[in-house]
Design a protein around this ligand. Structure first.
Ligand SMILES: [Zn+2]
Length: 330
């Protein structure tokens, strides 16, 4: 009888051990189970970077350059760039994207003299220290939020997105408003084959999806005059302001204000709109009704979270937003 019990125990042990052995080194699954998370973390610590293992981070405010291990740096990026209450698979996608974005800067050459990347989101990508990050969370969720960020980074350790074997320029933004944008429509130049406009679903459930800006006619005129002093708008004419052309993704390509035409991207900057996907209402005042948040290129963070909620993995999310790419170890 005792022997049978020992056999059963042995069998149970094997059943549990074999899957653990086989999951080692593979891309991690969502790790709600803390035991599994621990196993993966132990395993991940053995990973050594062949390239891109150390990051020289420029702190914009102080001008100081800090040298950090890649994944230690990424804890500060992922926790600054994406809410910790997003799905783990979305956070993992963000970790891979942020690692790739950093690797690309190192691969192509940084725009900063003695650093690979800076902590300004409008220049490179946001970063926050652990101390500052923890202080901004409620005490009740502080540890669990941090652990989730660490899991997202550690379970994707070493992974970057490549195209033709090279790290991609992994742009990302908050909310695409239903479809992402190609690079050329935002910054000009040539398009990247892996950054094409793709449809995205589920973003409308997020606060970043819709917004509006209302200005008086005088304010509209004044704001344009700052960069275009020659502008004249006759608000009594039939079409004082009109959208002339849209991009394939539905963003404003060209918009006319009186005697001048500007790009939707420039209008976004001039009027402080969340994106270039907008419509205009002309009444007593001028209202811009905006859809989406950000430039719209590459991964949509809220779209990634929406995909993760329907069961998509980090790899599936990345392969949706970046065309014909691979996820490889570096
Ligand atoms: Zn920078």
């Amino acid at each position: 009888m005792r022997k049978i019990i020992i056999y059963i125990l042995g069998f149970v042990l094997i059943c549990f051990t074999i899957p653990i052995i086989f999951t080692k080194g593979k891309e991690a699954k969502p790790t709600e189970n803390p035991v599994e998370a621990e196993t993966e973390e132990e395993n991940q610590e053995e990973y050594t970077y062949a390239k891109y293992g150390t990051v020289r981070l420029l702190h914009n405010e102080t001008g100081e350059v800090e040298t950090l291990e890649m994944d230690n740096y990424l804890y500060g990026v992922v926790s600054a760039e994406m809410p910790a209450n997003f799905e783990l698979e979305a956070l993992k996608a963000q970790a891979i994207v942020a690692r790739t974005y950093t690797a690309y800067k190192m691969f192509k050459g940084s725009k900063h003299a003695n650093a690979d990347i800076c902590d300004d989101s409008t220049c490179c990508q946001a970063w926050i220290s652990k101390e500052d990050r923890l202080a901004k969370w409620n005490e009740a969720e502080r540890q669990s939020n941090w652990d989730k960020i660490v899991t997202a980074v550690d379970t994707t350790k070493g992974k970057i997105i490549t195209y033709n074997g090279e790290p991609i320029n992994a742009f990302f933004h908050s909310n695409s408003g239903g479809s992402t944008e190609s690079v050329a429509n935002v910054w000009g130049g040539t398009d990247y084959p892996y950054l094409q406009s793709v449809e995205t679903v589920g973003e409308e459930g997020y606060t970043q999806y819709s917004s509006s800006v209302t200005l008086t006619k005088e304010e509209v005129l004044q704001k344009i005059q700052e960069t275009h002093p020659e502008v004249v708008i006759d608000f009594n004419s039939q079409n004082p302001i009109q959208i002339i052309e849209y991009t394939e993704s539905g963003r404003v390509k060209t918009i006319q204000f009186g005697n001048i035409s500007i790009s939707g991207v420039e209008a976004r900057t001039i009027f402080g709109l969340r994106s270039a996907k907008f419509s205009i209402e002309i009444g007593e005042n001028i209202t811009f009704n905006v859809v989406g948040y950000g430039h719209g290129v590459g991964l949509s963070q809220t779209g990634a979270d929406a995909m993760a909620k329907t069961g998509a993995t980090a790899e599936q999310i990345i392969n949706h937003y970046y065309t014909d790419v691979k996820i490889e170890n570096t």
